[in-house]
Design a binder for this molecule. Structure first.
Ligand code: SF4
Ligand code: SF4
Ligand code: SF4
Length: 162
């Protein structure tokens, strides 16, 4: 048996498959619908924010490069059934321990950047205010990711980590 096939079978028996890591997608694209993506790059060219790219031949969002405006230009450019009409992102954000406020440095950049008021600053004793995200209000636009000086904001699939 060829080595590659042997490794594949071993992974299968251990319950591990070659599932790629979670990637954020533009609004209206799900992990199922992205299966229709042919990698033509029409959406990448259409995005006025230049925040789309192809990864493994499929469209992905790069929130760390800038905010999605939900303008719909990507959906309009796409010739395949990749985008649904909801324009909802399939991810939300997470603020991790790299937040500067946790290192006693006052920072409210994410709160100030958020167009949905999804981040509030909570007072605490003995240190700067800490950001708290309201998952229900976050639309996954990425404005906070791009502007966070601590690179403390990442994303996860809607409904929880993978
Ligand atoms: S909705 Fe607009 S800004 Fe957002 S990824 Fe699509 S083209 Fe870019
Ligand atoms: S335009 Fe549609 S098919 Fe082409 S890369 Fe973008 S999502 Fe994929
Ligand atoms: S990704 Fe969520 S928390 Fe961050 S700016 Fe956009 S709506 Fe606000």
């Amino acid at each position: 048996m060829p080595a590659a096939a042997s490794i594949s079978r071993r992974q299968l028996l251990k319950g591990r498959t070659a599932t790629p890591p979670f990637a954020p997608r533009p609004p209206g694209v799900t992990e199922v619908s992205v299966g229709h993506c042919t990698g033509c790059a029409a959406c990448v060219e259409a995005c006025p924010q230049d925040i789309l790219s192809l990864s493994a031949g499929r469209v992905r969002l790069l929130p760390e490069l800038g905010e999605c405006l939900f303008c719909g230009a990507c959906a309009e450019a796409c010739p395949e059934p990749v985008f649904d009409a909801t324009r909802v992102m399939a991810h939300r954000v997470i603020i991790d321990d790299n937040c500067l406020a946790r290192a006693d440095i006052t920072c409210m950049a994410c709160r100030d950047a958020c167009p949905e008021s999804a981040i509030i600053m909570r007072p605490r004793i003995g240190g700067p205010f800490l950001p708290k995200l309201d998952d229900a209000l976050c639309i996954g636009c990425g404005a906070c990711i791009a502007l966070c000086p601590g690179q403390a904001i990442t994303y996860s699939p809607l409904g929880g980590p993978p």
